[in-house]
Unconditional design. Structure first.
Length: 116
């Protein structure tokens, strides 16, 4: 488990693939000496965690790092499972306990249609 805090820069629309797999991505800019734009993804039932969060809000994201190979290329995803809004955003968005596991089978269903 990892955590990262920063300001929400982008929130993208939810994507649904032919297999029924769905995800939603968002970008957080860190508040380090050299700020970085970090893209996270929310999968399946966690896509709603970003509802009520707006661009410019300060958040802390709890996430897992997931990596995999597809057709000789390697990909890394940062799978968010909890988003806590900072004081400037007017409240938290804690939607329950952390995921106890990652459903790789749900992601594997999408292997044939998208390289990520």
């Amino acid at each position: 488990m990892f955590e990262l805090s920063g300001t929400v820069k982008e929130i993208f629309d939810e994507q649904t693939f032919g297999s029924g797999f769905n995800k939603r991505e968002f970008v957080v800019t860190t508040e380090d000496k050299y700020p970085q734009d970090i893209k996270f993804e929310l999968v399946k039932d966690k896509t709603s965690l970003i509802d009520g969060v707006n661009k410019g809000d300060t958040v802390t994201v709890s996430f897992d790092v997931r990596g995999r190979e597809w057709k000789g290329n390697y990909y890394v995803n940062l799978n968010a499972w909890k988003i806590q809004a900072g004081a400037s955003s007017g409240g938290g968005n804690d939607d329950g306990p952390p995921l106890d596991h990652y459903d790789k089978n749900a992601e594997a269903e999408d292997d044939e249609t998208a390289p990520f």
